[in-house]
Write a protein that binds this ligand. Sequence first.
Ligand code: PFF
Length: 450
Amino acid sequence: MTERGQWSSRLGFVLSAAGSAVGLANVWAFPYRAGQNGGAAFVVIYLACIFLICFPFLLAEINLGRFTQKNAMGAIRAIRPRGSWLGLGVLCISAGFCILSFYSVVAGWSLGYIFKMLAANETSFPEFAASPIQTLPLLLAFIMLTAFVVYRGIQHGIERWSKLLMPTLVVLMVALILHGLTLPGAAAGLDFFLRPDFSKVTGRTIVTAMGQAFFSLSLGIGGVLTYGSYLSKDENIVSAGTWVVLLDSLIALLAGLMIFPALFSFGQQPTEGPALVFIVLPAIFAALPAGNILGAAFFVMLTIAALTSTISLMELLVAYFVDERGWARGKITWLLGGAIFVFGIPSALSHGAVPALSQMAWFGGKSFLEFMIFVWFDIVPPLGALLFCIFIGWVWGIGKAADELAQGSPGFRKSFLGLPIRADRLWGFFIRFVCPLAIVAIWINAVFFD
Ligand code: PFF
């Protein structure tokens, strides 16, 4: 059997899993989605999804990984060796591949903006994004960065880099927030971000907030499961999982605090959409003293956040080929890198370079990139999570799952926060009923009542 590797410590796991969770979804997508969906009301629904649906599910996904010590496909196979459940494994592997392809495009833009800021280059975002001579090499460079870390393996690659990159990210964000709060008119931004107005909420808002919560925690496609498979049996999954959720939501909130006060101070619109980060922020930075340094710092941070996420997506794929097919880690990492680059080309060309990809009539005139985002960001992670809940709660069996989760987590068999209910029973009830029914109800509500 191939040497699989293991985290050297709980901190290594927590930082790596939080690194996977914290990414473009928190820093790039969360503010624009909150901006388009009414601000604080979206934030409240997102947080409700995080704590009521995603948190119990996160524990379940890590737990299945640790129990089986396998990748997404192997974990399912360990419990049901044959039959249609293997389709869930296929969904996970396809999701990892497809998400990597479009996610790396946006990450490549971010990498490019570091240099654009430093060089005080004034090309507009639409011009930049429509230029394949710039975006394709950036896509390739970013994928190579990811492959380089994954190739080094668990402790020397993923864990070492996450321990360095995650704290750097937080320090940079806090510095940018403190700066933003001193700007005149910052209070209006805080108000928009922190005071909810539920009259603007539709079924679609709730679907978006739920998709945001799952994707932002890297759930439902076996990424967290794969990281869980490198955990030792005496690790406390409940506390490690709690840290991951707290860090992830904290960083999304910090991203909002970083963006909205500055945005309102400069009289910009919060509804700008996916281009928010790339259009509005450089405009803001341009007006600040030493703005190009601040701007470069911001995009260094966004690239770091994206990198710790793509590392986990690539690890999800590499683990499958190493465990299930016996490939050598180095070889498959570079091969996958090449394949993802090729597959990412349509997304990279869909922001102006190729008109047929940039405005697709059958998808409401939106781009191929936006299509990929809709399928793999909004729909597939909650769908995967729904199927995993059924698989863990009903196929594997909630009793066995709870036995595994209790290992290393002594408080799990006791009362939940002093209430007259045991944590393990409550968790089982959520995995079997609350989480799957909530996901289905949110979809039905959007399809039939919007
Ligand atoms: N959670 C990442 C983000 O917030 O950007 C994206 C992601 C990473 C999704 C890994 C899924 C995944 F398996």
